[in-house]
Design a protein around this ligand. Structure first.
Ligand SMILES: [Fe+2]
Length: 295
């Protein structure tokens, strides 16, 4: 768990394009911690009160064209370039009604320990900021399916207040957030390499030291989309399943495609060389052997 603290916001402002250019020049995509080199420029950009307002007004003015900024009512995409993106997240209070409270808490991952499948640094943008409790783990050491044991290191509670920049490292940092005392917003600089979003995120049961579930994300939807092919398929579908099980970056998706191919076309449809590609990591092996045990 890494963070950087500041006393006072420097006077010189940093623009969105300048921050993205700095990221492309100074951040090593293979080394997430190198994002921290941009903690100060991100902190300076967070001092621009017009940043969010401009996006809100633009989206309201051009609503007919569809929003290019808001991909949910909590998340505002500011700009992106290459493998980096800047966004602002809103952290509202929870409503009193228990049903709406549970839904919103789930959407925002309040109280729910999770990791991320991308790395980012974050600064407080508005309000008092949220409190977060952090752990870390080593993804390479776990077979990542629900119920699998995981060794956790505890890193305490931290406030994303007006003077703090936090680093969240993909597949390493685990955290849960508490709703802030008042409406808050955070500004993120995210590393978005080609395969980000195609790999799994997990929820964790930190008391029992186990993976609790998958976070519903694009990889989750991709796995579900394969379910349609079970009912509607032709020869081309089988070819595509073979390609997916060999090449997809998400282990769960590869195994799901493999399972489906064998179900639809029999074990001979899965050549040994393809199976080796599909089972190229411990998670895929664990998922495949569980499949085999069930069938
Ligand atoms: Fe998170």
């Amino acid at each position: 768990m890494r963070k950087q603290l500041f006393n006072r916001r420097p006077a010189r402002e940093v623009g969105v394009e300048e921050l993205l250019a700095l990221a492309q020049r100074e951040v090593d995509p293979r080394e997430p911690a190198s994002l921290l080199a941009l903690a100060e420029p991100l902190y300076r950009l967070a001092g621009d009160p017009g940043l969010l307002q401009t996006c809100i007004n633009h989206s309201l003015a051009y609503w007919r064209q569809g929003s290019t900024h808001f991909y949910s009512s909590q998340s505002c995409h500011i700009a992106s370039r290459g493998n980096f993106a800047i966004r602002i997240n809103l952290w509202p209070l929870l409503p009193a009604d228990p049903r709406r409270r549970a839904i919103l808490a789930d959407v925002l991952s309040y109280f729910d320990y999770h990791d991320h499948n991308f790395s980012f640094i974050t600064a407080n943008y508005f309000g008092p900021g949220y409190e977060t409790e952090m752990y870390s783990y080593r993804r390479g050491a776990v077979a990542g399916y629900p119920g699998a044991p995981v060794e956790l290191d505890y890193h305490g509670r931290h406030m994303l207040d007006a003077n703090t920049v936090l680093l969240y490292e993909q597949f390493h940092d685990i955290h849960m957030q508490l709703p802030p005392a008042r409406l808050s917003a955070s500004l993120n600089l995210m590393m978005t390499p080609e395969n980000a979003g195609l790999t799994d995120q997990f929820y964790f049961d930190v008391k029992r030291g186990r993976i609790r579930d998958y976070v519903a994300s694009s990889s989750h939807k991709r796995v579900n989309a394969l379910g349609f092919a079970r009912h509607f398929h032709d020869d081309r579908t089988l070819e595509l399943l073979l390609r997916i099980l060999e090449t997809h970056p998400c282990s769960r998706t590869r195994v799901e495609a493999g399972r489906l191919l064998v179900t639809l076309a029999g074990p001979q449809a899965l050549p040994a060389a393809s199976a080796t590609k599909m089972l190229r990591d411990p998670l895929a092996l664990a998922l495949w052997s569980r499949t085999a045990a069930v069938e």
